[in-house]
Design a protein around this ligand. Structure first.
Ligand code: NAG
Ligand code: NAG
Ligand code: NAG
Length: 391
C-alpha cells in the first residue's frame, strides 16, 4: 500500500531541529561507546574458569550506559571473542556488549564457545532500542516480544525495475503468484519464543512505573492517529522485526506489517523495528540446537527510541533525520527498569520457579519445527509455477 502524505508545514520541523540540537546524538553511526564505568576495574578470569550465570543481558555498548544496577567485576575472554562479556562477582548476572544483527550472530557464537561459560540454564534477555509502530506502542516505552521476525530475507528491485503491481522493493526469495502467498522459506525468517515466559515477564514488568518523554516528544505523540501512540510510555506486548537496514515511514511500516501478517499467519504484532534481534536470535537458536542454550529461557525486552513512521505533519525524511531517535534516553531507562524488576524476580524465585524452567505453553522455535513440536504459525510454501523454483 502506498500512502500519499500531505505536506502540512515546517512548524513541527523547526521544533524538531531545536530539540535535536540540544540532544546528545544517539544515532547508531556516531556512537563510539566510551565510558563503561564497569570496565575500569575488571579482573580478567583465568581461561577456563567456570561461570554459569542465572541471567545474561545482551545489548549494544552505548545502551548499557543506562544500566547501573549491577557491579560487573569479572571479564571472560576466549578465542575469536573480541567483545565485552562481564559478570557480577559470583557470576550471577552477566552482560554481553555486542554489535548489531549479523555481526552479533558471530559474536554470540564465539561467546558460546568460551571454555567454562555455561549458558544452559541462563535466562537471556536481549535488550536495546528500536522504532515503535504507533499502532502498538509509544516512543519512550518498551516491549516484550514473542516473535522475532527477519524482514530483509529475500529479493529486491529498485526504481524502474520494480514491477508496477507491487508497492515495496522487497520480495520473497522466490517468485510468488501474489504477495499474500506463503513464501518459500529458509528457516531463520521467524523465531517464536516461550510464550509462558513472556507472560510471566510481562506480568512482572508491567508493574514498573515509567518516566515520561520530553515535552517536545509529548507534542509529537499527540499528533499520531493511533491511541497507543498518544499514551504515556508503557510496556507493550508485541513483536520485533529486524533487518540490516533501518527503515522508516508509512510505506515501509505498512509493508513490514503486511509481511509479518503473511509469514506468521496473522499471529505477529510487529511493533519494534531494529537492526539487532534476528542475528542474536539466530546465534542463540544455533546454541539451542546444540544444547548450549535453552531457547525456552530467551526473551526480548526492548526500548522504543522513536516512532517507526512520521506524525502527519512531517515527511518520513524529516521524522527520521530531524526528530531522530529522540526518546532513546527515557526509553532505555524504562526498559532497564523493567528488566531489573524481571531479573529480581528470576533471582528471588530461582529455586521455586526458574531453576527447572518455565514450560512453553504454545509452540516455540523456528519456522521449520527444528527444536521439535509442530510449528503453529507456518503454512505450505509456494513458488509461482514456471518460475525457477516453482514446479
Ligand atoms: C557496587 O559497588 C559500589 C562500590 O563498591 C557499591 O557502593 C554499590 O553498592 C555496589 N552496587 C551493587 C548493586 O552491588
Ligand atoms: C505482477 O507483475 C509481474 C511482472 O510484470 C507479473 O509477472 C505478475 O503476474 C503480476 N502479478 C499479479 C498478481 O498481477
Ligand atoms: C512448518 O513446520 C513444520 C514442522 O512443524 C515443518 O515440517 C514444515 O516444513 C514447515 N513449513 C514451512 C513452510 O516451513
Amino acid at each position: 500500500m502506498i500512502f500519499k502524505k500531505l505536506y502540512v508545514g515546517l512548524l513541527g520541523l523547526a521544533t524538531a531541529v531545536l530539540c535535536e540540537s540540544t540532544m546528545r546524538d544517539m544515532s547508531r553511526t556516531t556512537i563510539t561507546a566510551s565510558t563503561s564505568s564497569t570496565s575500569l576495574s575488571l579482573t580478567v578470569a583465568t581461561p577456563g574458569t567456570p561461570v554459569s550465570p542465572k541471567v545474561l543481558l545482551i545489548a549494544n555498548e552505548f545502551e548499557f550506559e543506562y544500566l547501573e544496577a549491577y557491579n560487573f567485576t569479572t571479564r571472560y575472554t576466549g578465542v575469536l571473542f573480541d567483545k565485552l562479556f562481564v559478570c557480577t562477582e559470583y557470576g550471577t548476572v552477566c552482560k554481553l556488549e555486542c554489535g548489531e544483527e549479523l555481526v552479533s550472530a558471530s559474536q554470540i557464537t564465539a561467546l558460546m564457545m568460551i571454555p567454562g561459560v555455561d549458558l544452559k540454564k541462563t535466562y537471556i534477555i536481549i535488550s536495546g532500542t528500536g522504532g515503535v509502530n504507533p499502532k502498538y506502542g509509544t516512543a519512550g516505552g518498551a516491549a516484550i516480544s514473542t516473535f522475532g521476525i527477519q524482514w530483509e530475507w529475500g529479493s529486491m528491485f529498485l526504481g524502474d525495475d520494480l514491477p508496477s503491481n507491487f508497492s515495496g522493493q522487497y520480495f520473497a526469495s522466490y517468485a510468488q503468484l501474489s504477495p499474500d502467498k506463503y513464501p518459500v522459506t529458509v528457516g531463520s525468517e521467524v523465531y517464536k519464543l516461550n510464550e509462558a515466559l513472556v507472560d510471566r515477564f510481562y506480568a512482572v514488568g508491567s508493574k514498573v512505573s515509567f518516566e515520561d518523554v520530553s515535552e517536545t516528544a509529548q507534542g509529537f505523540r499527540a499528533t499520531y492517529e493511533y491511541d497507543a501512540a498518544k499514551k504515556t510510555p508503557f510496556l507493550a506486548k508485541c513483536d520485533t522485526v529486524s533487518a540490516q537496514v533501518y527503515w522508516h515511514g508509512d510505506v515501509a511500516g505498512e509493508n513490514v506489517e503486511y509481511y509479518t501478517n503473511v509469514i506468521t499467519n496473522g499471529q505477529g504484532r510487529p511493533c519494534n523495528t531494529n537492526e539487532d534481534d534476528q542475528g542474536r536470535l539466530l546465534a542463540l537458536f544455533l546454541g539451542a540446537i546444540h544444547h548450549t542454550v535453552d531457547f525456552g529461557r530467551v526473551s526480548i525486552i526492548k526500548a522504543f527510541s522513536n516512532f517507526d513512521r512520521p506524525p502527519p505533519q512531517l515527511s518520513a525524511y524529516q521524522s527520521r533525520f530531524y526528530v531522530g531517535e529522540g526518546a532513546t534516553e527515557p526509553g532505555l531507562r524504562n526498559a532497564w527498569k523493567t528488566i531489573i524488576a524481571i531479573v529480581h524476580d528470576v533471582l528471588v524465585n530461582w529455586d521455586t520457579v526458574y531453576d527447572t524452567g518455565i514450560k512453553p505453553n504454545t509452540y516455540m522455535g523456528d519456522i521449520k519445527g527444528t527444536l521439535g513440536g509442530v510449528c503453529d504459525f507456518n503454512s505450505t510454501s509456494s513458488a509461482a509455477k514456471g518460475s525457477v523454483q516453482g514446479s
